[in-house]
Write a protein that binds this ligand. Structure first.
Ligand code: PAF
Length: 289
């Protein structure tokens, strides 16, 4: 695996390779788990060269405490990438990503996709995500950008940035959520959970499954009520930021099952040691997105 630290170096090398080889790109903030590695595997299966970046991007953290506590496990990450046959690893410093203030001054009109849910709960978060991914795509010539569906709002926003704002011909590929055996969606933040929180965290998946299993049979507001009570019975849930059923195309809430062809149940909750999010398709499918 080739490792680069400098934007100019990786750009020059990939530009010359790109004449003859297709490139898949997996941007990450490290603390790699099976979810990230599934993106590497997908890129390896579809593209000639697979590039992974690890950069804990300060501009997307609205909570300094979350940034400080974000796990950093570079040696372990490198081993995992080697095992999965990743071809190129980019490890930039902050100066390489934000060489001058103009990159941090960029702002993106996200057509309201950033106003709800994660956007409402984490002010500035999606502007920071767009800033860093835009910059990474300037550095890394990319045919396909692989993103996890757990951060579904992030996927929709980045696809909007690439297609509508930049109008670049990068394919933005959503990849299925990878779960622990007991159902918890994989996340770099899971390692922070205490034993009790880890047990209680299962209520998120349980609530989403309840909605999925009963969708189409009961009014959605009833389903949400029952699912909410599944979550709030867990002692270590401090606050439920949201639990909603939305149109997967634009994340607008729906009132009835028939209101959109693809429906998603989405959830975010605070535990004492971490804030977790999850989602589940409850009607239609995302495969062709
Ligand atoms: O999903 C993440 O880990 C980050 O938001 C991303 C896409 C790597 C940008 O920093």
């Amino acid at each position: 695996m080739k490792v680069f630290h400098k934007a100019n170096d990786i750009h020059a090398w990939l530009q010359s390779e790109h004449h003859t080889r297709s490139i898949g790109f997996v941007p990450t903030m490290g603390a790699l788990h099976a979810g990230h590695l599934s993106l590497i595997d997908r890129s390896k299966a579809e593209k000639d060269l697979t590039v992974c970046s690890i950069f804990v991007n300060p501009t997307q953290f609205n909570d300094p405490n979350d940034l400080a506590k974000y796990p950093r496990t570079l040696a372990d990450d490198t081993d995992k990438l080697l095992q999965h046959g990743c071809d190129v690893l980019f490890l930039p410093t902050e100066e390489e990503i934000y060489p001058d203030p103009s990159v941090k001054d960029r702002s993106y009109d996200l057509a309201g996709l950033d106003k709800r849910w994660e956007g409402a709960n984490r002010p500035g978060h999606f502007q920071g995500v767009c800033m860093v991914v835009h910059r990474l795509l300037e550095i890394i010539p990319t045919d396909s950008l692989y993103l996890g569906q757990k951060d579904f709002q992030q996927f929709l926003i980045l696809r909007h940035m690439v297609r509508e704002i930049l109008q670049w011909s990068v394919q933005v590929v959503p990849c299925p959520i990878v779960r622990e055996d007991d159902g918890l969606a994989m996340s770099s933040r899971n390692v922070r959970l205490s034993e009790q929180e880890r047990l209680d965290s299962l209520v998120l998946h349980r609530a989403l499954q309840y909605i999925q299993q009963h969708a189409g049979q009961q009014p959605l507001h009833k389903l949400l009520q029952a699912a909410k009570s599944i979550i709030t019975t867990a002692g270590s849930v401090q606050k439920l930021d949201y639990l909603a059923i939305v149109n997967a195309a634009d994340l607008s809430p729906v009132e009835a099952y028939k209101d959109a062809p693809t429906l998603l149940a989405i959830v975010a909750a605070h535990f004492p040691s971490a804030r977790l999010i999850d989602n589940q398709v409850i009607k239609g499918q995302l495969a062709e997105w």
